[in-house]
Write a protein that binds this ligand. Structure first.
Ligand code: GLV
Length: 370
């Protein structure tokens, strides 16, 4: 809080640390990378770490241990408290203004329950796009060129024996389902590989954005029927569960390459297995699974599947950027009343009271966020 003491000193105030109540922010797990940014964050907030599991968390909430806390940060990786479901949200104290996820997907959060309780939820879109798109390109290459089989062959001492011929990326039509940040990053990479890019999105992109990505908007049916490679990039929610099932696989070209880097339950995995077995889908590249970390036995055994354990955003740089954005969301909401990347809109926000000392409204100070 030196920044505040200096500032107030110049106004003739003499503050000590004891005069200043820094709001408590509960971290569900420690951050892995944004240590420097965390130090800066601690100038403004008192960082507290959750100890124990979900039951401990709920018990402490009931006892009022977190009453007065301002925000929760939920870093990516395994969560010791499970999902942020209705039960969990109902226990969160009324003082919590914000749950800042350090992840892009928020399918594990009951957003409506948060909104009803006046809790802003933030995620980390944008910063995840490049790493996830790179993952998609790896999966596409693995499938089209049979690189996964090639590697398995080599490790088994069989060199290239029995390997099928691969297919080029160039001049193939890639159909991107969901043209948000990740979809666009895939389009850029696909352009560089000489692919032709089609996309379907609920809202058509601005024509200049389409031009920039050399991407053609097509009907959903057209995308299913005419793509050589289909990439799923839509978020998972009630309306996208099993968006791709038997009916959709039936419409696809025979020999299509099917890629999912979004969320497993968007695809009916049993239907995908059938489509692979019938040859409708020539090969599948999957970073996500319907019941992950459990993977369908048939997918594990299938030689033409390239499978990854949900590594889409799993790079040091991306994880650091995600953590930085989560910290900035807390600062922005609690100090300026508006988060950078909110998922929901809450009717009445309750932030700035957290930044009051007994007699000074810190929100009125000129604070430049980093
Ligand atoms: O899957 C990764 C994320 O949601 O950030």
């Amino acid at each position: 809080m030196n920044w505040l003491k200096t500032k107030m000193g110049s106004h003739g105030w003499d503050l000590t640390d004891d005069d200043i109540k820094k709001p408590n922010v509960l971290f569900i797990r420690p951050l892995d990378y944004a240590h420097q940014e965390l130090e800066d964050f601690e100038e403004y907030f008192t960082v507290k770490y959750l100890e124990g599991d979900r039951d401990d968390f709920l018990r402490r909430c009931k006892k009022g241990k977190y009453d007065g806390y301002a925000a929760i940060i939920w870093p990516s990786g395994p969560s010791p408290i499970g999902q942020i479901d209705t039960e969990l949200v109902s226990h969160i104290p009324a003082s919590i203004s914000l749950i800042a996820l350090s992840k892009a997907g928020y399918d594990q959060v009951d957003v409506d329950a948060c909104t009803a309780k006046g809790i802003t939820l933030t995620n980390t879109p944008g910063v995840v796009s490049a790493a996830t798109a790179d993952t998609a390109m790896f999966l596409i290459l693995g499938c089209l060129r049979h690189f996964t089989q090639g590697q398995a062959n080599l490790r088994a001492g069989k060199w290239d024996h029995g390997l099928e011929r691969g297919r080029d990326m160039a001049a193939k039509t890639i159909g991107i389902l969901g043209m948000g940040g990740i979809g666009k990053a895939i389009a850029k990479r696909a352009n560089a590989f000489g692919m032709m890019v089609s996309y379907y999105n609920r809202t058509r992109l601005d024509i200049r954005v389409e031009a920039e990505h050399h991407a053609q908007f097509v009907a959903y049916e057209t995308l299913l029927r005419e793509s050589d490679v289909i990439v799923i990039c839509v978020p998972f929610n009630a309306s996208t569960k099993h968006l791709i099932s038997t009916t959709q696989f039936d419409k696809m070209r025979k020999g299509v390459v099917f890629i999912n880097i979004a969320r497993g339950p968007v695809v009916d995995e049993a239907a995908l297995v059938k489509a692979l077995e019938s040859g409708k889908v020539a090969s599948a590249g999957l970073d996500v699974f319907e019941f992950e970390p459990k993977v369908h036995e048939a997918l594990l055994k299938h030689p033409r599947c390239t499978l990854l354990p949900h590594l889409g955003t799993d790079t040091e740089e991306t994880l650091r950027d995600m953590e930085k954005l989560a910290l900035r969301n807390v600062k922005q909401l609690l100090m300026h009343g508006e988060a950078l990347t909110p998922v929901n809109k809450v009717a009445a926000s309750k932030p700035l009271e957290h930044l009051m000392t007994d007699s000074i409204d810190i929100s009125k100070l000129d604070i430049t966020l980093q």
